[in-house]
Design a protein around this ligand. Structure first.
Ligand code: MN
Length: 248
């Protein structure tokens, strides 16, 4: 069977590779690439800064779109001033590219899986807002912002409750999952048309879907780091299956 082509938005950073230090890189973390390959897909990078025509031309060749984790989203995009705890990693090019891709995917039925920042940006793209900093704006919340210095990437930080009848519940096959957690932001007001399908015990939004779309699922955790857990592998496999069906 033809393997589906999955576009993953890249991020910009300076290389730490010693023979070529401080080169500008359009990168993808290996974990996303390997989870997609492991689920039977062909991943390709969507570079930042594409002209609109080129972005549409590239998206038209894709069978699915993966929105990976990353930095904070410019709060101006949901009508707010920056909170003092907003990170300094806002990338306007990435915000603009992902918002355009998400709006098109919502309209065209292109299968979409969003991870961490991805679920936040899809909410903003369709008209929602974010909590800019959970520890300061929601002081009674659980700890969600484990860094990779604090804990391994597969560290299961908290539970999530999955909504009965949701696509996510059907994929995971369980009403409660234990997940990793490396975010200091989360969706606050959910965009019109979107549905919250997973929450942490403190109420923080951990999963969002677009009902009626062939496959439009966002999770706040990092399933790409949890591929040894069958439920989390199924999340990638189900996405790749939806993308495979697209060309059929
Ligand atoms: Mn969390």
């Amino acid at each position: 069977m033809r393997k589906p082509l999955i576009g993953v938005t890249g991020e910009r950073f300076a290389s730490g590779y010693s023979p070529l230090p401080n080169q500008d890189v359009h990168g993808l973390l290996r974990t996303y690439v390997e989870a997609l390959i492991g689920a039977g897909a062909l991943p390709v990078i969507i570079p930042l800064g594409l002209a609109e025509d080129d972005r549409r031309a590239l998206a038209a060749r894709l069978d699915g779109l993966l929105l990976p984790g990353g930095g904070d989203i410019d709060p101006a995009l949901y009508g707010e001033d920056p909170h003092p705890k907003l990170a300094d990693d806002v990338d306007p090019l990435r915000d603009a590219l992902e918002i355009a891709l998400i709006r098109d995917a919502a309209d065209t039925g292109l299968p979409l899986l969003a991870v961490c920042r991805g679920v936040q940006v899809l909410n903003v793209a369709l008209g929602g807002t974010l909590i800019q900093d959970i520890p300061s704006q929601l002081p009674d919340a659980l700890r969600h912002s484990f860094s990779l210095r604090d804990a391994p990437r597969e560290n299961l930080a908290h539970e999530v409750q999955i909504s009965e009848g949701s696509r996510l519940a059907a994929i995971l096959g369980t009403p409660i999952a234990r997940v990793n957690s490396r975010h200091h932001q989360a969706a606050r007001d959910v965009a019109p048309g979107l549905e919250v399908v997973a929450r942490a015990p403190d109420g923080v939004i951990e999963g969002i879907e677009l009902p009626g779309h062939p496959y439009f699922v966002g999770v706040q955790w990092h399933p790409e780091n949890l591929q040894a857990i069958p439920e989390m592998k199924r999340l990638f496999v189900s996405f790749v299956e939806a993308a495979t069906g697209r060309g059929a």
